[in-house]
Design a protein. Structure first.
Length: 304
C-alpha cells in the first residue's frame, strides 16, 4: 500500500476526466448501484473531525474520506479500498482532489441546468474554491467573461485567475455582476445570503458550494422562491446540512418533494432545465461519492 501526496495528485486528472468520472458515479447512484454516507462531524475544543464514505462497485472501489478542521485550516485524507475483496489499496492526500471534485461537480450540474448559450460567470469569493471554479468551468463551458465579487481587494486574485483561466476575470460590484450573469457560483464562508432574490436575472444557473451547515445560507429563501428547478447531490445529504435549503423549507418557500437529484438528471429521470427563462439552482454540500470517483481515477493513473 502506498500513500500519495497532494504533490503527486496535482494536475494528474484533467477536468473532462473528472467530470466524466463524476457523471458515471452519479448515474450509478441514481440506479441504486452505489451507496454514499452523509458527512458525520464530531468536535472537542478547537478541533473538528469529519468522516464520509461511499461504495462504488461499478468502479470496483470504495473509500472513506477523513479530515480535520481547526479554524479555517483543513487536512484531508482518502482511504481507498477494493470493492472486490475489501483490501486497502492506498491512502491519498485529498486537498487537491477535494478542490477538483467540488468544481467539477458544479461543472457537471451546469451541463444539465445552465443555458446552452451561457457565457458570463459570476463568482462570489476569492478563496480556494472560488479559484478552483474559475479554473475548471472555462474548460467545459464557452465562457467569455468572469466577474468576481469579494469583500476585500481581489485585484491580484483576478490577475492570476485571468492568466490561469484564459478568460478576462475582473472584480465587480454585486449589482453590476448579477445584471450580466448567466452562471453564478457562491464559494464563500458567509452565514447569511449574499444578495437579495430580486437581483437574480431570468435564465441564470446558480451553484452554491460555500456552506455545508444548517445554520449557513449563501442563497436566501427569497432567491429560492424564484428558482424554477432545484437540485442536490443526494437528498439525505442535503436534508442533513444544506442550510440554504433547510432554512427555505423551514420558512415555507420550499418543500423537499420539489428537489431533484443530480443523478436523476444524468440518467434522464429528471429535467434540469426546460426553457431559457428558468432560474435553476444546484446546492452542493459535497459527497463521498465524488471522492471515491476521483480517488479511484487518480489511483489507477498512479498505479499504472
Amino acid at each position: 500500500m502506498r500513500h500519495y501526496s497532494d504533490q503527486d495528485l496535482k494536475d494528474l486528472i484533467t477536468v473532462p476526466e473528472a467530470v466524466a468520472a463524476l457523471e458515471a458515479a452519479f448515474a450509478a447512484y441514481a440506479r441504486g448501484e452505489a451507496s454514499a454516507q452523509p458527512r458525520h462531524t464530531i468536535g472537542a475544543g478547537p478541533i473538528e473531525l469529519s468522516t464520509m464514505s461511499a461504495i462504488l462497485p461499478a468502479a470496483r472501489y470504495c473509500a472513506a474520506k477523513v479530515y480535520t478542521r481547526m479554524g479555517s485550516g483543513y487536512s484531508f485524507v482518502v482511504l481507498l479500498f477494493s470493492a472486490e475483496d475489501g483490501r486497502i489499496l492506498a491512502t491519498l492526500d485529498a486537498g487537491e482532489l477535494t478542490k477538483l471534485r467540488t468544481a467539477a461537480v458544479s461543472a457537471l450540474a451546469a451541463r444539465y441546468m445552465a443555458r446552452k448559450d451561457a457565457r458570463r460567470l459570476v463568482v462570489f469569493g476569492s478563496g480556494r474554491q472560488a479559484g478552483a471554479h474559475i479554473g475548471v468551468l472555462p474548460r467545459v463551458l464557452d465562457l467569455e467573461r468572469i466577474d468576481v465579487v469579494s469583500r476585500g481587494d481581489a485585484r491580484t486574485f483576478c490577475e492570476r485567475m485571468t492568466r490561469e483561466a484564459g478568460v478576462p476575470v475582473t472584480q465587480s460590484r454585486t449589482e453590476d455582476a448579477l445584471a450580466r450573469a448567466d452562471i453564478i457560483v457562491t464559494a464563500t464562508r458567509s452565514m447569511t445570503p449574499l444578495f437579495p432574490g430580486e437581483l437574480l436575472p431570468q435564465g441564470a444557473f446558480i451553484a452554491a458550494v460555500g456552506s455545508a451547515v444548517p445554520s449557513a445560507a449563501e442563497i436566501g429563501a427569497d432567491s429560492i422562491r424564484r428558482c424554477d428547478r432545484i437540485a442536490v447531490e443526494a437528498l439525505d445529504h442535503a436534508q442533513h446540512e444544506a442550510g440554504d435549503l433547510i432554512q427555505a423549507v423551514d420558512s415555507a418557500p420550499l418543500h423537499w418533494d420539489r428537489v431533484l437529484t443530480l443523478g436523476d438528471m444524468v440518467i434522464g429521470r429528471a429535467l434540469g432545465r426546460a426553457s431559457d427563462q428558468e432560474i435553476t439552482f444546484f446546492k452542493s454540500v459535497g459527497s463521498a461519492l465524488e471522492d471515491v470517483a476521483v480517488a479511484a481515477l487518480a489511483y489507477e493513473k498512479l498505479a499504472a
